[in-house]
Write a protein that binds this ligand. Structure first.
Ligand code: HEM
Length: 371
């Protein structure tokens, strides 16, 4: 029996490989923004509370510097999340729509939780400007954001469990399911959430190079950022092994049988080791304002995220393949003129987004809040 809903009779308007490339690139960008937001929010909140308790001005200043940037990062999280969602729906719609319906209540709630978290992060930025406490707001925003991440992980794992769908629907057709007992949920969610602290460490190292930030707070950001990068990349490496080991045996065998995915995992591992080393180097040289090691950490960090995106794509394709869902076996009728037009607009949009990021990075003082 075919476990999936019927395929849409309209053929794909572009080759599967092109959708895959676009999906992976945009998802790597989304994950980068998610890491910066989750890790940044955690650190801004933690340091706001701890800094006030200990009367540590450096910590409070560092937490304010992060909080002021969070609303901008959230805008990137959302805007860079939409393209991979569209591409994922094109490629995996029959699985993704089904799982989205099964967890419908929580899936819809993401919008409201996101609006509330975004509102709180704007308030935190405002309070950071006026020197008011914002730790409690950060705690609520963080809980909301962690919950959103949990809902995403639930959906992205439930879409790989077609054998569970019918029973879930029969037991409760109202869309109020979550955490369906899949052992891969927890390690996947922890990988994304805890890993965020390490990746945000790179953001802090970059922030610590800016001229507008008070000297001791800047050195604090560089040193702590580098240390967090090392520690949480090590944590992430353990979690990555857990993600792999939690997969059903047939999925592990399928991944292991593929030279491509084996290579991706190996490259990911090497990039993680490089991040650990770059973090350690950054921690030892925190007093220096050299930008080259920080730029290198940023580049390796993005490569590490992109490799993880490819690896989890492998988990998805192998798992769905075992259930008879072959993402490559779709009818394609390429309309090249539309594809070329799309690619031109896509490159222009990526360029514009990068330019906006650059304007934000270069903006100083009051201008920064309006960038
Ligand atoms: C606070 C906001 C958000 C957080 C914390 C968040 C977090 C996450 C996490 C943790 C995952 C990985 C799930 C996994 O595989 O384990 C994920 C995947 C994803 N997110 Fe986000 N996300 C957020 C907002 C959004 C928004 C607003 C969109 C789109 C409009 C979006 C689109 C996606 C897509 C499309 C994927 C996975 C695609 C795929 O697997 O192919 N996210 N997100």
């Amino acid at each position: 029996m075919d476990l999936f809903p019927l395929v849409d009779p309209i053929p794909l308007p572009a080759p599967v490989w092109l959708f895959k490339v676009l999906q992976s690139v945009t998802l790597a960008l989304h994950f980068t923004a998610v890491h910066l937001m989750v890790g940044g929010l955690f650190l801004a909140t933690w340091w706001a509370i701890r800094g006030r308790r200990r009367n540590d001005e450096r910590m409070v200043a560092a937490s304010g510097a992060i909080a002021r940037r969070l609303p901008i990062v959230v805008a990137y999280v959302i805007n860079l999340g939409i393209p991979p969602l569209l591409f994922a729906q094109v490629l995996y719609g029959r699985a993704l729509y089904t799982s989205s319906i099964l967890i419908g209540v929580f899936w819809i709630m993401v919008i409201f939780m996101l609006v509330a978290a975004y509102f709180l992060m704007y308030k935190m930025a405002k309070r950071a400007d006026t020197g008011w406490a914002f730790g409690w707001m950060g705690v609520i925003a963080l809980l909301l954001v962690l919950k959103i991440g949990f809902v995403y992980t639930n959906n992205m794992t439930l879409m790989l469990r077609p054998e569970a769908w019918a029973e879930m629907y029969r037991s409760n057709p109202t869309g109020a399911h979550l955490a369906h007992g899949d052992p891969t949920i927890l390690p996947r969610w922890l990988y994304m959430m805890l890993g965020s602290v390490g990746m945000a460490g790179i953001g802090l190292m970059l922030l610590g190079l800016r001229s507008g930030i008070e000297k001791s707070a800047a050195a604090f950001l560089r040193g702590r950022g580098a240390r967090l990068l090392t520690i949480f990349t090590l944590v992430q490496m353990v979690l990555a092994v857990w993600v792999y080991r939690a997969q059903p045996e047939a999925v592990r065998a399928g991944i292991w049988a593929s030279l491509f995915y084996k290579g991706i995992f190996g490259a990911w591992f090497l990039s993680a080791l490089a991040l650990v080393a770059l973090g350690a180097f950054g921690a030892v040289t925190a007093a220096s304002r050299a930008w080259l090691p920080v730029a290198l950490a940023g580049t390796v960090g993005f490569v590490n995220i992109a490799l993880w995106v490819l690896f989890r794509d492998g988990i998805r394709d192998v798992t769905l393949g075992l259930h008879g869902y072959d993402v490559w076996a779709r009818n394609v009728y390429t309309n090249w003129s539309i594809v070329v037009l799309f690619l031109v607009l896509f490159v222009a949009a990526v360029g514009l987004t990068g330019w906006m990021g650059l304007v934000t990075v270069r903006a100083k003082g009051a201008d920064e809040q309006h960038a």
